[in-house]
Design a protein around this ligand. Structure first.
Ligand code: FAD
Length: 471
């Protein structure tokens, strides 16, 4: 049924209900706007439904299985069986709980939610296809948060049986005996590690010369070493030639795999919904060009995976805050000193702020210190001493970057970002009392090490302590 072309007037229209869109809608409502959110699929977007949340739930299950099966050295002997259908049901429950929570928040904030596909037909109007119904909405301001979708090289498109994307992996109800993961970025590494810990024989194939090529090499090296301990075969610097009925061929070598997982990248959803009619500019990568206030045009704002920067949920939510303020007529700018990049691999790795190389390129006199987790009491109690914390500071000791590998270091990325955002010095970080025994102590130790004051590492004879002699 076509309701007609008499548009409904909307103060703030949000297109896309992922972390960027729903956060912009709630914040917009808090700022007194009358908000309508249009989502064509599921509230929560990629992150809640098929990304961050179910993948982390699967990683936790896989870790539980692995630790139970390999606890003999700790005196734990267990027979473990895994029912993937029940695991899948658990993932669905986790997702449903969070999606339900976001729905409640939207409703409590007074946001009108429409399930439908939005398409611009004029610079100030969208048509929303709600299946049997079509509705026109005219807006004062629109926030576009349509996210991204996976891309597949030709011949590597998922078929839902032999070739899967990440969404297919998260819906598995039976564990394949063998898996070849194409792509050694964070999604491929996270999923490959989880499948291996659950009991599959896993090969990860990456065309670059190392895993996690977007992060500094030392982080990828820790993960690669650990993957070898987990029995995962890693093949880097190799391109996949073709997928076959029995697996795939990479660099001329056949690799047997019951299931092939393609995790080769994502592209922004900036096409096919008439965005060009608003005057918004899309660059050659498909990213919508915005200013610091998130404006793509005076009336259209954009954020999240649709725009430049790391395609991460917390970046999308931070941008949403700025976009909602701008839409409400307030002065706001997205200009963070650091956006943490975290990989939930084994061990977890995180990169916040500048690497040593980046700091040097930016002209800083760099002081750095690395604290190995072999010297961490907490890491020993966790039986997971692989990893380190590296602090990068400038000549004055101001923290420029923190790079972490180790158990639960994802939980330290926030503190690292705070230190960088607040321009804390290593002395201030070190003078903050970190509770014992925690991995967070390693951050304080690395900060102390920048001035040569680390307590739990010893400089080798004849060498200055890490970071140089005490000033
Ligand atoms: P999305 O979450 O993609 O939401 C966009 C929404 O817009 C979708 O719901 C879509 O249906 C809707 N939409 C699109 N077009 C229209 C239209 N025309 N009309 C109506 N609705 C429309 N990030 C992290 O920070 N941490 C992680 O651990 C993490 N893990 C991930 C694991 C996986 C397997 C994947 C795939 C991603 C992961 N991400 C992670 C990335 C994260 O999911 C994204 O960065 C985040 O979801 C981006 O949010 P967004 O709001 O920009 O877009």
């Amino acid at each position: 049924m076509v309701v007609g072309e008499v548009p409904e007037m909307v103060e703030l229209l949000v297109i896309g209900g992922g972390p960027g869109g729903y956060a912009a809608a709630i914040r917009g409502a808090q700022l007194g706007r009358q908000v309508t959110l249009v989502e064509r699929d599921a509230i929560g977007g990629t992150c809640l439904n098929v990304g961050c949340i179910p993948s982390k739930a699967l990683i936790e299950v896989a870790d539980l299985v692995w630790r139970a099966r390999h606890g003999a050295a700790l005196g734990v002997h267990a027979e473990v069986t895994v029912d993937m259908a029940e695991v899948r049901a658990h993932l669905v429950q986790v997702v449903d709980g969070l999606v339900g929570g976001v729905r409640q928040l939207l409703s409590a904030s007074g946001v009108t939610v429409i399930k439908g596909d939005a398409r611009f037909i004029r610079p100030d109007r969208v048509v929303v296809d709600e299946g049997p119904r079509v509705q026109h909405l005219e807006f004062d301001r629109a926030v576009v948060a349509t996210g991204s979708r996976p891309t597949f090289p030709p011949g590597l498109e998922p078929d839902g049986v032999h070739v899967l994307d990440a969404t297919g992996v998260l819906a598995l109800e039976r564990l394949p005996a063998s898996v070849a993961v194409i792509g050694g970025g964070y999604i491929g590494v996270e999923l490959g590690t989880a499948l291996a810990k659950l009991g599959a024989t896993v090969t990860i194939i990456e065309v670059a010369d190392r895993l996690l090529p977007a992060m500094q090499p030392s982080l990828g090296r820790v993960v690669t070493r650990r993957l070898a301990q987990l029995g995962v075969t890693v093949r880097t610097g190799v391109a996949v030639d073709e997928v076959t009925a029995t697996g795939l061929v990479a660099g001329g070598t056949a690799i047997d795999a019951e299931v092939v997982v393609v995790a080769t990248g994502r592209r922004p959803n900036s096409d096919s919904f008439g965005l060009e009619l608003t005057g918004a500019v899309v660059d050659e990568r498909g990213l919508v060009v915005v200013d610091a206030a998130r404006r793509a045009t005076p009336h259209v704002l954009a954020l999240g995976d649709l725009t430049v920067g790391p395609a991460l949920a917390h970046k999308a939510m931070a941008e949403a805050d700025v976009a909602a303020r701008t839409a409400a007529g307030l002065a706001a700018a997205f200009d963070p000193a650091a956006v943490a990049q975290v990989v939930f691999s084994d061990p977890e790795v995180a990169s916040v702020g500048l690497t040593v190389d980046e700091a040097r390129r930016a002209g800083a006199v760099v002081r750095t210190s690395t604290f190995p987790l072999t010297a961490s009491g907490r890491a020993r109690t966790l039986d997971a001493t692989y990893g380190f914390v590296e602090v990068v500071a400038d000549g004055d000791g101001t923290v420029l970057g923190v790079h972490l590998a180790g158990p639960h270091v994802s939980e330290l990325a926030g503190e690292a970002a705070l230190a960088i955002e607040a321009a804390l010095t290593t002395e201030e970080l070190a003078a903050t009392i970190h509770p014992h025994p925690t991995i967070s102590e390693a951050l304080a130790e690395a900060a102390q090490g920048v001035r040569g004051w680390a307590l739990h590492t010893v400089a080798r004879r004849g060498e200055a302590p890490p970071g140089g002699r005490p000033a």
